[in-house]
Design a protein around this ligand. Structure first.
Ligand code: SF4
Length: 181
């Protein structure tokens, strides 16, 4: 019979698993995203729906919505960002610990949407870096879940170990550039 075992097999591998540090760190991070719900307008209702039983964001380990930036690592900007609110959004983002990610949920958060007015920021990426954009007005909860899966893919591809030592990485880059020139 053909051996179809592809997972970890303790009989073959004993008590030892060999893998890459990046793979382990990213696997832990992407399955324990704690969102910071930045609900600013109607899109927030869809965000709330994603937490309910029907859409059940807890299937992805993301149901732990935190209203404290110190305990969250993914800001979901759901709604219209006015200039009055922009400073607050930025401050809360700054208070979140690294590593952190941002999802712009809906047309308003992504581009200002239909509010091309003096009072509205034309996209939250003008004040904070956005990892995933969601189109729609409003996007459905499934679209948010899809975006979170895309964010998981992105987290899975990060160079986490290198990012733990940014100074060293910068020094290496400088050394390589000096060698080339
Ligand atoms: S994108 Fe549409 S539903 Fe979402 S906050 Fe803007 S106006 Fe409301």
């Amino acid at each position: 019979m053909q051996n179809t075992t592809i997972a970890y097999d303790s009989k073959v591998e004993g008590e030892v698993i060999v893998t890459q540090a990046d793979a382990v760190i990213n696997w832990i991070r992407k399955h324990s995203v704690w969102p910071m719900p930045m609900g600013l307008a109607c899109c927030a209702i869809e965000l709330m729906a994603a937490g309910g039983a029907r859409f059940d964001i807890s299937r992805f380990g993301m149901e732990v919505m935190r209203f404290s930036p110190r305990q969250a690592d993914c800001m979901i900007v759901a709604g219209t960002v006015t200039y009055k609110m922009a400073e607050v959004v930025r401050r809360i983002y700054d208070q979140m610990a690294e590593p952190k990610w941002v999802v712009a949920m809906g047309a308003c958060a992504s581009t200002g949407g239909m509010y091309r007015s003096y009072a509205t920021l034309q996209g939250v990426d003008q004040i904070i870096p956005v990892d995933v954009y969601i189109s729609g007005c409003p996007p459905r909860p499934e679209a948010l879940l899809d975006a979170m899966i895309k964010l998981q893919d992105k987290i899975g591809a990060e160079r986490s170990v290198k990012n733990l030592f940014p100074e060293k990485a910068n020094l290496n880059q400088v050394a390589e550039a000096t060698k080339e020139s």
